[in-house]
Design a protein around this ligand. Structure first.
Ligand code: PEP
Ligand code: MN
Length: 341
């Protein structure tokens, strides 16, 4: 971190600042030029409140040289992290297809979709039991019963399951869940992230609706700081001024995140677009850009889905997509230590 001091700075205030920084165990390298004085800080600068520094009378500007994330940082961990979900590997060249309905609706529905996406090559089954809905009057998910039905589909098909947690009070119900999803709306629920850092299960962390990539990684850092290194990042579209799609898929997040972090990055073209016919082109583009996987909403009867029918693929359309992905995969970007080859 570098602090640029104002030209006419008060010596007493500077002494105060130096003592304050030293008390945080930081080494200070001062460089006094004829025009400007610069303080270079060495040590763990994550403890420094950058806004507080900027607000000081004698400070002109502050620049962070190092990223505030350590555990998730590619610089300190050049090799890709591979997350294991049972026998399924994600990251480090291992590509995974996750598919299933937005919400679990019935035993017949989840088991039928699970069987069909498995046949098409999906390795993990998705399905929401606790649903974050904009309207309190909309279907809120089958909750505990939904988790039971997911477990049943897991038993029948052998597919591991991923489902969303909305609150810490639900954690005890997630024993049989293989991957816990933190949804976009909860990306900055720091208390939830801290608790998920204490467990060993893989966490699928979705990007917040209006989050920068650094904020996204900082949320992963919360989980990792607690000791859980099994984090999978998911780009699911961000809010922009464009209303024709539900969100705007930020495809450049793939190469950017690959460079910033060693964690696997998957893409959700269903929530990113909100339109079933737009899912395939965006899914293929994400694969070409080198995503480590996709998470796709598939429903046996989209027009009658309790939630997100407009963006859900039929099992046939999913099969068609899976075949197209097989064609694209060998030509997709590969990354070496975060750089596209
Ligand atoms: C979901 O995957 O069901 C979901 C609600 O996604 P998001 O948090 O990305 O909106
Ligand atoms: Mn959905």
């Amino acid at each position: 971190m570098v602090i640029l001091l104002k030209r006419q700075h008060d010596k007493k205030q500077l002494e105060h600042l130096m003592n304050w920084l030293k008390n945080m165990n930081l080494e200070i390298h001062a460089s006094e030029g004829s025009m400007q004085t610069i303080l270079g800080l060495v040590g763990d600068t994550t403890v420094v409140d950058i806004d507080l520094l900027k607000a000081l009378d004698i400070v002109e500007d502050v620049k962070r040289i190092q990223e505030p994330y350590k555990n998730a940082n590619r610089k300190f961990h050049p090799k890709d992290t591979v997350v294991n979900v049972g026998d399924v590997k994600i990251g480090g060249g291992n590509f995974v297809m996750i598919a299933g309905p937005c919400s679990v609706e019935s035993e017949e529905q989840i088991c039928c979709v699970a069987e069909s996406v498995k046949k098409s090559g999906a390795k993990i089954l998705r399905g929401g039991a606790f649903k974050p809905r904009t309207s309190p009057y909309a279907f809120q998910g089958m909750r505990e019963k939904g988790l039971e039905l997911l477990s049943e589909a897991k038993q029948k098909t052998g597919l591991p399951i991923v489902t969303e947690i909305m609150d810490l009070s639900q954690l005890h119900l997630f024993e049989d869940v293989d991957v816990i999803q933190v949804g976009a709306r909860n990306m900055q629920n720091f208390e939830l992230l801290k608790e998920l850092g204490k467990i060993n299960k893989p966490i699928l962390l979705k990007r917040g609706l209006a989050s920068t990539l650094q904020e996204f990684i900082m949320s992963a850092e919360y989980i990792m700081a607690g000791g859980n290194e099994n984090v999978i990042l998911c780009e699911r579209g961000i809010r922009t001024y464009e209303p024709s799609t539900r969100n705007t898929l930020d495809l450049s997040a793939i190469p950017m995140l690959k460079n910033m972090t060693h964690l696997p990055i998957i893409v959700d073209p269903s929530h990113a677009t909100g339109i079933a016919r737009v899912v395939k082109p965006m899914a293929l583009a994400a694969v070409a850009a080198g995503a480590d996987g996709l998470i796709i909403e598939v429903h046996n009867d989209p027009p009658h889905a309790a939630c997100d029918g407009a963006q859900s693929l039929t099992p046939e359309a999913f099969d068609n997509l899976a075949k197209a992905i097989e064609v694209i995969r060998p030509m997709a970007c590969t990354y070496d230590q975060g750089v596209c080859q």
